[in-house]
Write a protein that binds this ligand. Structure first.
Ligand SMILES: Cc1cc2nc3c(=O)[nH]c(=O)nc-3n(C[C@H](O)[C@H](O)[C@H](O)COP(=O)(O)O)c2cc1C
Length: 221
């Protein structure tokens, strides 16, 4: 796949087919993603690949934590609030998702069911958890992790799979560790759900928004 096409056509997948992703394909993607850049080639990331029974347990438990109202304590604090126009954009994507799922904004039960689906990783058959050692200064390690995360998502797309980067997958690091033996010394930065996209689902098809180039570029000549 041509690189411009991969970048512009990749999108977040919020409904997956149940089919498992063959391990050789996951390995091929991660082998290539190793070539992502990092500060001084430090490669601070550690990636846990979670599938099968462990993932099933995690999906159920993560969803249940949300529904039980367990207070989350992610290793990366969730933003309290966004200034405009970021707040508007955040609201817009939420509206687009609910509209695609035909969930009225006022329907609290359906919204909670949807949030539960998200915490169950939209039923993806694989999850990558990106971690960095807690002893490493976090700022550049976060940049490095973002770089490899996006590289993975592009490679995933190029192989006909889909991904959804999910803050919702790392809200309860203690729960993750009950099921997946990630060391206490590692910060769980972000999770990426992977699988075969359900191409028919409207939630995987709505027109995504982006700011125009002029809204975020400054040119000095
Ligand atoms: C750090 C990060 C965390 C995200 N967490 C979630 C999440 O918890 N739930 C979700 O549905 N999408 C999540 N997303 C996906 C964004 O909503 C999505 O990337 C954005 O709306 C742009 O849409 P696109 O990926 O389809 O182009 C996350 C994306 C990033 C980069």
């Amino acid at each position: 796949m041509e690189i411009f096409q991969a970048v512009t056509k990749r999108r977040s997948i919020r409904r997956f087919k149940p089919d498992p992703v063959p391990e050789p394909l996951l390995r091929e993607i991660l082998e290539a993603a190793r070539w992502s850049p990092s500060w001084g080639n430090t490669q601070p990331w550690e990636i846990s690949v979670v599938t099968g029974a462990a993932l099933d347990r995690f999906k159920k438990a993560n969803r249940q934590h949300l529904l039980d109202g367990v207070i989350s304590g992610p290793d990366t604090p969730m933003p309290e609030a966004w200034p405009e126009p970021l707040k508007q954009r955040y609201g817009d994507v939420g509206k687009q998702v609910l509209t695609a799922l035909e969930i009225p904004r006022g329907d609290k039960e359906a919204r909670l069911r949807y949030a539960g689906d998200m915490f169950a990783l939209f039923n993806a058959p694989s999850l990558l958890l990106f971690c960095v050692d807690k002893a490493i200064p976090r700022e550049y390690a976060m940049l490095d992790t973002g770089a490899i995360m996006q590289t993975v998502c592009l490679l995933v797309h190029a192989r006909g799979l889909g991904s959804c980067i999910l803050a919702a997958s790392v809200r309860y690091p203690a729960l993750i560790r009950e099921i997946i033996p990630i060391a206490e010394t590692k910060a769980v930065i972000i999770g990426v759900a992977l699988g075969y996209p359900d191409g028919e689902a409207p939630v995987n098809q709505f027109t995504r928004g982006r700011a125009n180039l002029d809204a975020f570029t400054l040119w000095f000549k």
